[in-house]
Design a protein around this ligand. Structure first.
Ligand code: ZN
Length: 162
């Protein structure tokens, strides 16, 4: 059974992602990517471009930073004491998460470790980048009740539990 891409459907697709200079950033490789449409699993610009498209569609999608990983915010840097990271010293580029005053999860990335200070940024590594996606839609199916509850897909057939 196949349907067009719509909210509350799991979409299976292959993609190649390049930045504004044409450099390869990421690709799906052998196993396609699965996401739950309408649940913020992928960047807004790509999700919008995929809406309504049929299985088999091949798309070239250009996503501006505001519809991708956000504009780069130069004030989004901070330093944290090393001891907050526990026994294992963080690696450069490693992703952590904290919560803001309202309890929202805020991802952060380590940019440097200097003495007992860890330099971090709240900018996603691809913030400020224009994203070029080459996409091929391989499958669309209705999400299961459990997937809708979790807000993400459970593998290509919906039976992968975790
Ligand atoms: Zn789940």
């Amino acid at each position: 059974m196949s349907a067009n891409v719509a909210a509350n459907h799991v979409v299976l697709f292959h993609y190649v992602l390049r930045n504004g200079e044409g450099q390869l950033l990421d690709e799906s490789g052998e196993s396609p990517m699965a996401y739950l449409h309408g649940h913020d699993n992928i960047v807004p610009g790509l999700e919008r471009a995929l809406t309504g498209k049929p299985v088999g569609a091949k798309l070239d999608v250009r996503v501006e930073p505001a519809d991708g990983y956000g504009e780069k915010d130069d004030d989004a840097e901070d330093t944290l004491p090393l001891e907050e990271f526990g026994d294992h010293p963080p690696r450069i580029g490693e992703q952590f998460a904290t919560r803001d005053d309202d309890g929202h999860v805020l991802p952060l990335w380590v940019t440097a470790v200097v003495g007992n200070e860890v330099h971090i940024t709240f900018n996603h590594p691809l913030a400020g980048e224009t994203l070029h996606f080459q996409v091929e839609i391989l499958g669309v199916r209705k999400a299961t009740a459990e997937e809708l509850q979790h807000g993400h897909p459970h593998g290509p057939d919906g039976h992968h539990h975790h």
